[in-house]
Design a protein around this ligand. Sequence first.
Ligand code: HEM
Length: 335
Amino acid sequence: MPDGKPRTVSPRPMLITTDPPRHKALRQLISKGFTPKHISAMEPDVRAIVRSVLDSAKPGIELEYAEGIVAKIPVRIIADLLGAPAEDWEQFRAWSDASVGSADPDVKLSSQEAFGALTAYFRQLIDLREQNRTNDLISILMDAEVEGESLSHDELMSFLHLLLVAGNETTRNLIALGTVALINHPEQLRMLVHDPSLIPTAIEEMLRYVSPVTHMTRWATEDVDLRGKTIKKGQAVVLLYGAANRDEEVFGDTAEQFDITRRPNPHLAFGTGEHACLGLSLARLEARVFFEEFLARFDRVELTGEVLRMRSTMVPGVRTMHVRLGSANEGAAVR
Ligand code: HEM
């Protein structure tokens, strides 16, 4: 902490847990940073980040893929979006990983300490923006008003923490488990290597098949009749996205299969309704650019050990997965 004082910021995200009309007003504030135009303008930066991370991966050598490659990407992109300078990204990532890792007993760093350090870091970024506004998300939020009032310090902090939590683990889970799906379905990997124009539909299928966020709990605000059952006002409803995404009534008898050409693909990986994922265009962009760059360099990928998962029920990502990458340029053929 810069001033040595503990801060009383609630880790509870507020956008995702508010109801209309306040939810709508809060969402409108931040939507400016997530319009399709704004997100496509980020593509060159996203590509530069992906390339710089992939530069460390060499064919033929065993490497740790989940932490060593994939985890480095979404957090840098969010740091960039928030306006954190590139030299701080690794530190930012260490705090971010530890602050959200509390659900997993294997994460050793104290999540409280990491959360505090991150809060102090955000405070510094805000102080810098006090003197000099830019077009980053922090500046947008600092100038924003809801119902005629600026966001309080705590609300601003909650927003920043939410973006970090919502956009980081989720996207890396998609990319890491999407890669595992390709490894387990070599004919699909081969098809994708030969026809990279399939990458966007392959990503939709990864979203469906992996379901990076497994569930969300919501509370009914009124009685609802659903398929012969009544959900009473005030009752909790657990939305199991993974189950919905394998629903045979929607996806037919191929629901359990991984098919990168699946169309239409009405999956619910990003949720639906009022709270549907705000960052979905960014997540899609990151995954597309990642696989474009990755498959242009490596046309073979094989597991050399077990895939160890995070012990989290909500975003059970990959803790470690060792792989060996192959490249046709290095004489390695696609399987
Ligand atoms: C593969 C990656 C991602 C997946 C699977 C995912 C999934 C989800 C889901 C299931 C929800 C809740 C929907 C609901 O309650 O109905 C959500 C909400 C949200 N996501 Fe994502 N997300 C991803 C990436 C991102 C990224 C990159 C960002 C931004 C940096 C982001 C920001 C948000 C925000 C702000 C909300 C709350 C929206 C609201 O309450 O109005 N997400 N996401």
